[in-house]
Design a protein. Sequence first.
Length: 264
Amino acid sequence: MTDLTLPAGVAAIATARAQKPGLPGLDAVREPVRDAGTEPLLNDQAYDRIKHDIISCTLPPGSGISESQLGAQYGFGKAPIRMALQRLAHEGLVRAMPRRGYVVSPVTLQDIQDIFELRLMLEPQAARLAAGKVDASRLKLLDDVCRAGYRPGDIASTHRFLEANASFHVTIAQATGNHRLAHTIEALLDEMTRLLHMGLTSRDRTTEMQHEHGALVKALRRGDGTTAEQICREQIEAAREMVLTAAIKSRAVMTMAIPTGDLG
């Protein structure tokens, strides 16, 4: 299977070093709960930093990494870096290469197919189940961040936009009361963020997403599960089209036969 080459906009992202942006009210959705007054263990800190940079494409798909390189880059010792890489390998975000360190897992056409198929199976149903149960003020906060949009090629604004968008959908999943469903969707959206970093360089969907989010919030607030399910499905399909367009434009797949008929 052929790996995708990152478009030029993401290549710019990959060469920069970004700090994880803060968003009031967002961390409660996206970050693990820890005891008040305690600092995360070094292992957790290393894991969080490396995972953030993989998802945001600061560490680009297909790039080689090593314990010594990451230790120097993030200022952690060998043990925290080793533990972080083991966790990330378990999640499929990095691959161990015998005697050669690790490689950040490439993005392939099969990845795009699998992730979007799973989202279409899970998220529209979650939206239906969440209708009438969501915290509308919470969704409004996240939607306001999405409405602010992003600047293509700007790491901070792009990551802030994508974090708010992911948290918007995780919040809906959590409202179903099915914690396993919410956890699965959250894991999918972590993988999705890497794909969207590619797709957002090909076109600006800010205006479209503003309309989609606004309509979805209204349907959820009034308890209209049928409409919420349909809007969610249409939004995922629009995102899939955007990501596939970016993939097809990628030099590595220019001559490939793209099985678009199998992706629906």
